[in-house]
Design a protein around this ligand. Structure first.
Ligand SMILES: O=C(O)CCC(=O)C(=O)O
Length: 268
């Protein structure tokens, strides 16, 4: 499935999109069970992502998996392998990153419980040839973009992903007190998204994480970060999957321009 006209309009305008119901409740349940069974591999990051901004402070760092979930034993790797080459997301990334896009890094878990600190707003403020949004020859041309799979509900006021919609195209660097959310100009938006949905956003967007508020409900998001096929943001890595499919090998091809294997919603 490629992007609808509405999705193209909104992604170009805002720099992000929320796609609902990409996963069924059963698929969400299996992914959560896989994480529950590997909960001993989750470690809290050291405090520090608030970078001194009070509005983003908390009492604990976010939880991150210390093993790539694509390498979990079967059947627990399967929910994440499905996300890696999901036809819906292939369609979206083919439109915004171009055919031949690649996985740059991830998947990574963000787990937040009551009191987990946020991540001060960042991204998109200086010229960065790896994180960009252009429009040329009738289509969007983007650098590093993220697909964030929601495994739990994020409701209004919960915390989690937030951004300044449209900032992927803004020309002025946001003032420091806006990035620290000490001066609320009304431009920062918290993004609510139910379990089973995917937030796709351009890393050139000014974005971050608000501290997690609910007691008794946690945030679980899995982030995959992809680039155009010729571009590498992080150091390239080899496919870690022991029995990869042709689609999985294609998305792990190292960065180069010509002769790439093209992923489509029907395979390679
Ligand atoms: O989903 C989030 O909380 C934002 C994470 C983030 O800032 C990033 O991946 O660059």
């Amino acid at each position: 499935m490629s992007m609808t006209e509405n999705e193209k309009f909104l992604f170009d305008l805002w720099g992000y999109l929320v796609l609902e119901d990409v996963l069924t409740p059963e698929e969400v349940g299996l992914a959560n069970e896989a994480i529950d069974r590997h909960a001993h591999l989750i470690q809290n990051r050291k405090l520090g992502l608030s970078h001194g901004a009070k509005a983003f402070e908390g009492v604990a760092g976010r939880g991150e998996l210390q093993q790539n979930p694509l390498t979990f034993e079967r059947p627990w790797c399967e929910p994440f392998r499905k996300m890696l080459t999901h036809p819906h997301i292939i369609g979206i990334f083919n439109d915004i990153l171009g055919p031949g896009f690649r996985l740059d890094h991830g998947p990574g878990l963000i787990r937040m419980v009551h009191g987990t600190e946020g991540y001060r707003l960042h991204g998109g403020m200086t010229f960065d040839p790896s994180q960009y949004h252009h429009f040329a020859h009738g289509q969007m041309q983007c650098g590093l973009c993220t697909a964030t799979w929601q495994l739990t509900d994020v409701c209004e006021g919960d915390g989690g992903f937030a951004c300044i919609p449209g900032s992927h195209k803004s020309n002025y660097r946001p003032p420091r007190d806006v990035l620290a959310w000490e001066n609320d100009l009304g431009c920062v938006k918290h993004i609510a998204a139910p379990a089973g949905s995917v937030i796709v956003f351009n890393e050139a967007l000014v974005h971050g994480t608000l501290p997690w508020q609910p007691a008794g409900r946690e945030r679980r998001s899995i982030l995959f970060k992809c680039t155009p096929g010729f571009l590498s943001w992080g150091p390239p890595s080899e496919c870690p999957i022991a029995d990869p499919t042709p689609e999985e090998l294609a998305i792990y091809e190292p960065p180069h321009r010509t002769g790439r294997t093209i992923l489509s919603r029907n395979g390679v």
